[in-house]
Design a protein around this ligand. Structure first.
Ligand code: SF4
Ligand code: SF4
Length: 85
């Protein structure tokens, strides 16, 4: 069975997948790593298609177990650009 998973190390929280998910199965907000609710997900693949290629955060799993979602306290996206030395 196919599942979709958002790689927390790659997701930028842009929200594109969440806005386009027809099943309202993606949870997220600005600056938050987005998470797919596997119970709501219909495996339509839209998120996989719409996640911008430069991020490529949505991973398609073919039968592999879906990794646990990121814990709430680790969901804030830290800017990768240097702010201070
Ligand atoms: S596969 Fe479809 S239903 Fe599942 S999270 Fe992605 S867009 Fe939503
Ligand atoms: S479209 Fe991709 S980068 Fe944007 S929130 Fe969804 S998974 Fe993250």
């Amino acid at each position: 069975m196919i599942s979709f998973y958002i790689d927390p190390d790659r997701c930028t929280g842009c929200g594109t997948c969440r806005k386009q998910c027809p099943a309202d199965a993606i949870n997220g907000d600005k600056n938050l790593i987005h998470i797919i609710d596997q119970d709501k997900c219909t495996r339509c693949g839209t998120c996989f298609e719409v996640c911008p290629p430069k991020f490529s955060s949505v991973v398609k799993l073919s039968g592999d177990p879906v990794p646990d979602p990121v814990p709430e306290e680790e969901r804030t996206i830290r800017k990768k650009t240097k702010e201070k030395g």
